[in-house]
Design a protein. Sequence first.
Length: 422
Amino acid sequence: MTRTVEEHREAVHRLLETSLATAPQRTETVELVQAAGRILAVDVRAPGSLPPFDNSQMDGYAVRAADLAPASGQAVQLHVSDPIPAGIAAPVLAAGHAAPIMTGAMLPAGADAVVPIERAVPDTFFTDGQRPGATVCFPDGAAAGDFVRRSGSDIRAGTVALAAGTRLGALQLGLLAALGIPAVQVRAPFRVLLLSTGDEVVEPGRELAPGQIHDANSTLLAVSLQEAGAEVARARIVTDSPDNFRAQLREDLEAHPVDLVLTSGGISMGAYEVVRLALASDGVQFLPVAMQPGGPQGIGTVHGIPFLGFPGNPVSSLVSFEVFLRPALGALTGRPAPRPQLPALLSEDAHSPAAKHQVRRGRYTPPAGAGTIGRVELVGGPGSHLLHALATSNALVHIPAGTAAVPAGAEVTVWLLDPADS
Ligand SMILES: Nc1nc2c(c(=O)[nH]1)N[C@H]1C(S)=C(S)[C@@H](COP(=O)(O)OP(=O)(O)OC[C@H]3O[C@@H](n4cnc5c(N)ncnc54)[C@H](O)[C@@H]3O)O[C@H]1N2
Ligand code: MOO
């Protein structure tokens, strides 16, 4: 039975959801800069308040506001006390005094307001030599709290600074640094065993014998997984011998605990479909999905581990990742963020097998002005071997099942592969 794209996407989601729900959540503690893009595993409470102490928002004078409210309405002269740079604990401010204070410096006990230097007379700081016996006046007065950043006005000690499940970026990690937290407990990455199959497939860098090709899928899928926050625990090329495939799979799974086994190739209708031959009787289904490319798909479990078999054609593998696996990872592990999905005007006629959801590669150009939509031109044909066209594209162009032709100028949906283009 042919599945629709949506049915298979849902099946992939369910497969991973079930296994992640029963697995104990693994976490690891990493330093802040290494935690970028990771998902927080636990609530983090503020160990202290921010700001940690009342401090000055301006370069100016720390004062007692009450000193500046004389009954006569005349501006009052205050004695200038020792300056307070940032980074020290100053002595109590005596009544009738004003202490030069710098931005970020701790407010001395007794002071309750800061007057910016521009509002003082004189409006520049005294030198050390000038200060003894000097006075300063503040014609505008001051109210308690003026230009004071209160302790805890950003966050109070003990409250939740970041909730479990938060995706950590610069903004969140900067907060943790300010709170004095050097490392953070994050969810361990989703681990994948990646097997590229085929007797013809040879590692890049090795010379090709006639009929052989270099392995593109290991790199295409490993980098896609890595960009999606997953970890490739082991990647290798496996030959077309089902016995060998089964033996290597067992060996790899013993050495590398993983959350998913992902293969490419060996699943369609040929005489030597190694993945199909090795696993078909083993809790894995091989079925057609009404999508082009990416029609043949394998799904199930091997040795109790979720299994997905993607087709060998490189574009088919990549499209399978984008359409089925990446959205499930995003929804279930918190990473990655969904691809931006946008409407775009198709710049040329396109034809599609009406029974299938076709995914073409395109080059998306954003709209020139607000209120308009972007354009997308197709790159290469529908063939699933067109790696160069894939490499020059920045979007997947979706032509849904039931549509045999889309005329130039019609609106289609594109998924941006590079969010910088949105
Ligand atoms: N009679 C039929 N033949 C095919 C059908 C079909 O329905 N009936 N489906 C076609 C479609 S669609 C696809 S997609 C492929 C999928 O085949 P497999 O998943 O079994 O993949 P292979 O046969 O192993 O390889 C297909 C193609 O991709 C190349 N390849 C494989 N691995 C890699 C790699 N790691 N790096 C680069 N290129 C790779 C391989 O050499 C083949 O050219 O089946 C169609 N056939
Ligand atoms: O479905 Mo295959 O994936 O067309 O190339």
